[in-house]
Design a protein around this ligand. Structure first.
Ligand code: 3H9
Length: 693
């Protein structure tokens, strides 16, 4: 049993011992009940303190147990809390570090709570697509008030304990040594015969309930249209006001049981674990020594270079941006400054932080100025010859031990490494635009990249608040290699009968942040054009729709030229369907001899998403991605894939891999069959009744 029992004078201390965060798994729950029972049976014991070992009081229910028998096996968390509440001896929670979800619910089932200042308090269940399921929606409103409780439960956000110091949630707040303070509190409770408080007994008075909850529902509905959990949170908190405690508990329970089975919740939990799994690399132990990163340099002050530099400054790391010409440097630094100014105007950055961040970014025109940086990231034009020049130069000037990184999005990192005499120090760090905003960082491991270099960059990705995902070397790495298949299908759909606005709408209704054509207009259609021209030479067998090339030949590169797949008005980013483009598309079908047909939204979504899945399966099989969830993290954090669908590979699992294959065969029979040959791994898993994740 993963809870320890110790006696201090007349008080029993039960310490949760379930690393890493004292999740309330089956054996921990058993341990708590056993401890309380033992204390109650021992006449020498007058009070009980419950705390957690290590770095948390408790992070809540053990998410790894969800949808498994252990999650509901008795004693479940409700049973445990009932035992605490009914105890005839005072029970004091000694809370520190983290008290979240079921952990907070456990504490709210105790008679008294002593908390260490700085403890992170939250009911974050909504972020996992569920709601607090062990009384949180009923007890928190009673202890801190309806409105603050609703805010915490609907947002899942974390509140530091001191902000709640004046509420009935805490009986005492201390700076250090919370267990000692809780022991002293327990002794006082016994000596003074303090009445044993039960949160359930608190009567809530809230005169304006009806209007308040209606307002809350309206607010929540708009923000959470694809998630059932937030509205269920409102229902449950409302019940805390309008219904007796036990009835409120029943309503909470029903909602929890429903939500925990939903695909949305499974997808969100998949993303939670996927994010953490991505930082683990099988052949690189967690204790691998890393290189200190105290300073950085970025080559290129373009949009990418500037955004990358901001990441370092935001993390407090001084960074020098190198450019060849002073105009380009000044222009780049001005953009960075403007970005920070905008954040300050929106109140997201204090004037002090603004000054600090701007102060951490310096510009330079000379390689000599960056020679001592611990890491340098090249973000110059995407052309191997240009990269060669830069890396040869870096090899000359950079101090030994510096990490040499390239922000290339498609080029061969091994070739780039070979431009230097220190390939072990070279790595790919592929940021996504805008680099200061997007969470994804594809970390490209070259054949010779040193293990310590990879470990350092993965650690750095956390420091600069990115989701680092390791990719092997291949054309496009994980994300862009897959998106190419998606884009190819988008192009074929135009030839066969769809128009850009229909494709975009269908994909956006599926949940993507942006459809492929609006995305192309935002990123610049010339980028893909440039890459395709290279492909036509390197891989002449791959068939692409020519529609995108025709568009570029018209100079319609997207928002930056005021026209792309859509028309734009000056100063307005709204995409207006374009007659010129639509006519061009229809004329092109004619040239190809293709009879246009009505294409359903379902077909559009399936073709785009299954094209991602099939390429993802190749990538997994080739070992370019370490695990299916890494691919999902790339798409969730870098490509606007809807998080409630869990990423392309998870989505394919929920559709059923045999169904994915059946659809692929169907599309293969229609046109361009070679694009639909199922990856061997996909076929194998489907045949074995298995899934990617
Ligand atoms: C709940 O409580 C439901 C109840 O209302 C009702 C029940 C009936 N379970 O984030 P980190 C692991 S739902 C299992 O890198 P940090 C995590 O996977 C739960 N494992 O550390 C990772 O493992 P690994 C509501 C968990 O210090 C390791 O801990 N609670 C859980 O940056 C370290 O995680 C939540 O949603 C868990 N509950 O942050 C809290 N939590 O090393 C979710 C973490 O193998 N957790 N792990 O990769 C968090 O927000 C953060 O993990 C926390 C620590 C703030 C606790």
């Amino acid at each position: 049993m993963t809870a320890e029992y110790q006696v201090h004078g007349q008080t029993a201390v039960i310490t949760l011992q379930n690393p890493p965060v004292n999740g309330l798994g089956f054996s921990t729950r058993q341990g708590i009940v056993a401890g309380v029972t033992r204390a109650l049976d021992d006449d020498a014991i007058k009070a009980i303190v419950i705390t957690g070992a290590g770095k948390a009081f408790s992070g809540g229910a053990d998410i790894r147990e969800f949808n498994k028998p252990a999650a509901t096996a008795a004693p479940n968390l409700l049973n445990v809390i009932a035992v605490l509440e009914a105890s005839s001896k005072p029970i004091v929670a000694a809370m520190h570090s983290v008290a979240m979800g079921g952990g907070l619910e456990l504490a709210m089932g105790c008679h008294f709570r002593v908390v260490q200042s700085g403890t992170q308090i939250a009911l974050p269940e909504v972020k996992l697509g569920i709601l607090p399921g062990a009384g949180g929606t009923q007890r928190l409103p009673r202890l801190i008030g309806v409105e603050p409780a609703l805010n915490m439960i609907v947002s899942g956000s974390t509140v530091p304990a001191e902000k709640l110091a004046k509420t009935a949630l805490f009986d005492e707040i201390v700076e250090t040594d919370v267990v000692k303070a809780a022991l002293a509190f327990a002794e006082r409770a016994v000596a003074s015969n303090l009445p044993l408080k039960k949160a359930r007994d608190i009567k809530i008075k809230f005169a304006t309930a009806e209007g308040f909850f209606q307002f809350a529902r309206n607010m929540v509905a708009a923000a959470a249209k694809n998630y059932p959990a937030p509205l269920k949170c409102v229902d449950a908190v409302e019940a805390s006001v309008t219904k007796p405690f036990d009835e409120g508990m029943r309503i909470e329970r029903e909602a929890f049981t429903y939500l925990v089975q939903t695909t949305e919740s499974k997808a969100l939990r998949h993303a939670f674990f996927g994010e953490r799994a991505a930082s683990k690399i099988p052949d690189i132990p967690e204790d691998t020594p890393t290189r200190p990163i105290r300073s950085a340099a970025v080559i290129g002050a373009g949009t990418m270079g500037g955004g990358i530099a901001m990441n370092f400054a935001n993390a407090g790391i001084p960074v020098t941006v190198l450019e060849m010409k002073s105009e380009a440097l000044e222009k780049g630094l001005a953009v960075v400054r403007k970005n920070y100014e905008n954040s300050m105007k929106k109140g997201k950055l204090t004037p002090e932080k603004f000054a600090e961040r701007v102060g951490l970014i310096k510009g330079s025109l000379a390689y000599q100025d960056i020679r001592d940086a611990d890491i340098v990231i090249e973000a110059v034009f995407e052309d191997l010859a240009v990269k060669e020049q830069v890396f040869k130069q870096l090899d000359e000037v950079m101090r030994s031990g510096a990490i040499l990184a390239s922000n290339t999005s498609t080029l061969d990192v091994d070739k780039i490494a070979a431009f230097t005499r220190r390939p072990e120090d070279v790595i790919g760090t592929h940021f996504f635009s805008p680099a200061n905003v997007m969470k994804l960082l594809e970390v490209v491991r070259g054949k010779k990249t040193g293990k310590d270099v990879l470990a350092t960059v993965m650690q750095l990705s956390k420091k600069i608040k990115k989701t680092g995902v390791v990719s092997g070397v291949c054309d496009g790495f994980i994300g862009n290699r897959m998106i190419e298949q998606y884009s190819r299908q988008a192009g074929f759909l135009l030839e066969e009968g769809a128009l850009p606005q229909q494709v975009d709408k269908a994909v956006e209704r599926f949940g993507f942040a942006m459809g492929p054509f609006r995305m192309g207009d935002l990123a610049g259609n010339d980028v893909g054009w440039y890459i395709r021209k290279r492909r036509y030479v390197e891989k002449p067998n791959i068939v692409y729709s020519k529609t995108a090339d025709l568009l570029c030949e018209l100079g319609r590169f997207g928002q930056k030229t005021g026209a792309g797949w859509y028309d734009y008005k000056p100063g307005d980013r709204t995409a207006y369907p374009s007659e010129v483009v639509n006519e061009m598309i229809i004329a092109h079908s004619k040239t190809l001899g293709v009879t246009r047909r009505k294409i359903s939204d379902d077909e559009i979504v399936e073709r785009l998403v299954f094209a991602l899945v099939n390429e993802g399966a190749h990538i997994l099989e080739e070992g370019i991605a370490l695990r299916a969830s890494d691919i999902d993290m790339v798409y969730l954090t870098g490509y606007g894939f809807p998080i409630y669908r869990g990423g392309p590979m998870f989505y394919a699992d929920t559709v059923g891999l045999p169904n994915v294959i059946l659809a692929m065969h169907r599309y293969a029979r229609q046109r361009h069959g070679d694009a639909w040959k199922p990856a061997p791994l996909l076929e194998k898993l489907a045949a074995e009744g298995k899934t990617f994740n």
